[in-house]
Design a protein around this ligand. Structure first.
Ligand code: CMP
Length: 137
């Protein structure tokens, strides 16, 4: 079993897509190990996306991620990281495959509805960022 972090981002929350996204998560066979609605402070968003600090989109990304509530979830499943990334689709919705969450619900490369960890190690680290100790469950 692997862990991956999923976030329902502010744009999807504003469109009231929490229920639809959670339903998809369950239909895809993930266990929701932990789930919390929160609003990220600017500092939390900057900490979470620290790896992108030097990127030109960093400022806009942190403003967007802290503009309203999000739902953060630690998901477990066999091959969780790869499978969740397949379900959400490419970062840029213009490149996202049919049937993916971003294809249907993302409006831009920044406002792309959901987050998914990009590696097994980051899955553990990101779940630990929001749910300290969850990797022990
Ligand atoms: P996410 O999967 O949460 O991880 C990093 C985020 O940075 C990504 O989704 C996008 O929201 C954002 N991002 C990545 N690349 C770009 C880009 N070229 N321009 C704007 N935002 C980006």
């Amino acid at each position: 079993m692997q862990l991956t972090l999923a976030i329902i981002k502010p744009d999807a929350m504003e469109k009231r897509l929490q229920g639809a996204i959670l339903q998809r998560i369950l239909a895809e066979g993930f266990e929701v190990v932990a789930l919390r609605q929160t609003r990220l402070t600017r500092e939390q968003a900057e900490g979470f996306y620290a790896v992108h600090r030097e990127k030109p989109f960093f400022d806009g990304l942190c403003s967007f991620m802290s503009r309203g509530p999000v739902v953060v979830m630690a998901l477990s499943r066999e091959d969780a990281v790869r499978h969740w990334r397949e379900v959400i689709g490419a970062t840029n919705p213009a490149d996202a495959a049919e049937g993916t969450i971003r294809k249907h619900h993302a409006s831009s490369v920044t406002e792309n509805a959901v987050h998914g960890s990009d590696s097994q190690e980051n899955g553990r680290l990101e779940c630990g960022y929001f749910f300290p100790g969850v990797e022990l469950l």
